[in-house]
Design a protein around this ligand. Sequence first.
Ligand SMILES: *Cc1c(COP(=O)(O)O)cnc(C)c1O
Length: 393
Amino acid sequence: MSLAPQSVVDAVAAVAGPAAPLHAPEIAGNEWAYVKECLDTEWVSTAGKYVDRFEGMLAEFTGAGHAVATVNGTAALHACLLLAGVEAGDEVIVPALSFVATANAVSYIGAHPHFADAEERTLGLDAAKLDAHLKAVSEKSDRGRVNRESGRRIAAVACMHAFGHPVDLDPLLEVCRRYGLPLIEDAAESLGSTYKGRHTGNDGVLSALSFNGNKTVTTGGGGAILTNSHDLADQARHLTTTAKTAHAWEYIHDRVGFNYRMPNINAAMGCAQMEQLPRFLDQKRVLAGRYRDAFAGMGGIRFFEEPAHCRSNYWLNVLLLDEDNAHLRDPILEAANGAGLMSRPAWRPLHRLDMFAHCPRMDLAVTESLYARLINIPSSPRLAGGPAAKNHA
Ligand SMILES: *Cc1c(COP(=O)(O)O)cnc(C)c1O
């Protein structure tokens, strides 16, 4: 099917307008008031009521038993992996199609990402392919599951809900059970996305959220750990606050901890953002629907829709070119960005980055194909209409 790059750009422009960023923060609620209160009361750092309130709002919205707010999503992931028992020298199954943070967090521990392929239906980990791979390359030992080729322990599986679309969690959980591996969810992109009615981030032993400036909810920089385990939540809080033991005045730390706690100023912004999250999600759904309609009649390319049994937050809207139109990806990106419609390819697959080139991996044909064909297009909630940003009065 022949496809003109300009017709793709025109269809995006018909929905998003003549120019648009990829995902702009929307500061339209109580952000100014809550942050001002932090400044007025001098509660600017990690102790403060907004941190507790933000964690409560996250737990309530996601249905997770506990939320622990952190300085960013990468720090949350790092802590999740440590708390799941990943140690230096281990391997962790990581999707090759992900933002670099998923693999970086593994490397921070001195462990090794072991790259796994995606399925086109979800853009996330392919459970059946992972099952076959683990069967082929690993064996049970007294240390747990071991990669027969590297001799290293495979300590965990980290999945990622790409662009907000949930991974097929049930078969993945089954694979994790079969091989005795804990699942960590990198849910940085999927706040508001559900799988069979369960909010993402509830099936992993621990999960990480991100509130970076381009995410659905932003705190400037920020993240959170979700868990349904009371014990792991306590450990997460401890590990992210320098592992300081409770004492009225003495500084006593019982392990090497991290200064990963979210400051009150950021949490104040997060509370105001969470108040608006239902509206953001509604607007993003309207926008996705308009893109879907705009591309419904176009051959050679399609708008990526939420997987079956899922409700996606449509964090970043996705266009997928047909295989034989992959060569049009860069001309389309060129034309769209040239016109001021910020568009991006998927992340360069992680196994192709220099620092991860020597990591173990399975066949990654689907990842390569998706990378060659995928385009993210402007996705801010405001593109669906709605309140404009509120300036400081
Ligand atoms: C945003 C993001 C993170 C975390 O990013 P931070 O900027 O550290 O908050 C992690 N993984 C994925 C897939 C992300 O998109």
